[in-house]
Design a protein around this ligand. Structure first.
Ligand SMILES: [Zn+2]
Length: 218
């Protein structure tokens, strides 16, 4: 099952002022030394997100109901597969991740979204957006208008907070995206659980068809 974006394939470098970043130059213009090359960024990212989203048990890691795993245990698991890895490289990957995929706190780590394992994410804030967006292909869009949006191979439906973001996601799967607009406010008022994973991504167990209020071609 794919990450909802193309791999960024950029080296991680270190700026003495701004910390870890991806790409050639820091936003300040400084060209730092490469901490982790793009091939290893890709490998490490796939493994860490795989463990935290899909198969913690494959590495005998205990995950609590909100998706948290002990960070030291994760580092040990990762090192079993990639002997070159260490906690600093894993932290460099997490802190330079502009998509907000991970959360590291109090010695624990979790994925913020993308889970196929059942997680409650009980501490996530309830969605406060009026509208959310879901991009898909034409045929699928018509089907969803009838049956609603349900998670496929995932624990939650992933919705975007902007039309642009939903288009970005949809373009990975189709050349002619259709964007469905969801009346998130009414859904939440009616008791549908929609939570915010980060600034751009909202998660829902399901969006019944009546909350899909508009279909847009982009
Ligand atoms: Zn900098």
């Amino acid at each position: 099952m794919g990450e909802l974006s193309k791999p960024s394939m950029e080296d991680i470098r270190l700026c003495p002022t701004h910390g870890y970043y991806r790409g050639e130059k820091c936003h300040c213009g400084y060209v730092g030394e490469v901490i982790l090359d793009r091939v290893r960024v890709e490998k490490l990212g796939r493994l860490v997100s795989g463990i935290l989203r899909h198969f913690p048990e494959r590495f005998k890691l205990e995950m609590d109901e909100d998706g948290w795993v002990n960070f030291d245990d994760l580092v040990r698991a990762v090192k079993r597969k990639y002997r070159w890895a260490n906690q600093w490289l894993i932290k460099a990957m997490i802190y330079s991740d502009v998509k907000g995929r991970y959360e590291l706190r109090e010695g624990k780590i979790r994925a913020r979204y993308g889970h196929s394992v059942k997680v409650k994410l009980s501490d996530y804030p309830v969605c406060d957006k009026e509208r959310l967006y879901y991009g898909t292909g034409e045929e699928e869009a018509h089907r969803l208008l009838e049956i609603g949006i349900k998670p496929v191979n995932q624990a939650y439906v992933h919705l975007s907070t902007t039309i642009e973001k939903s288009e970005e996601v949809a373009r990975l799967r189709t050349e002619d995206p259709i964007i469905l607009e969801v009346d998130a406010k009414s859904a939440v008022e009616d008791g549908i659980r929609i939570i915010m994973a980060n600034e751009y991504i909202a998660l829902a167990e399901e969006i019944p068809p009546k909350y899909i209020v508009r279909m847009m071609r982009v």
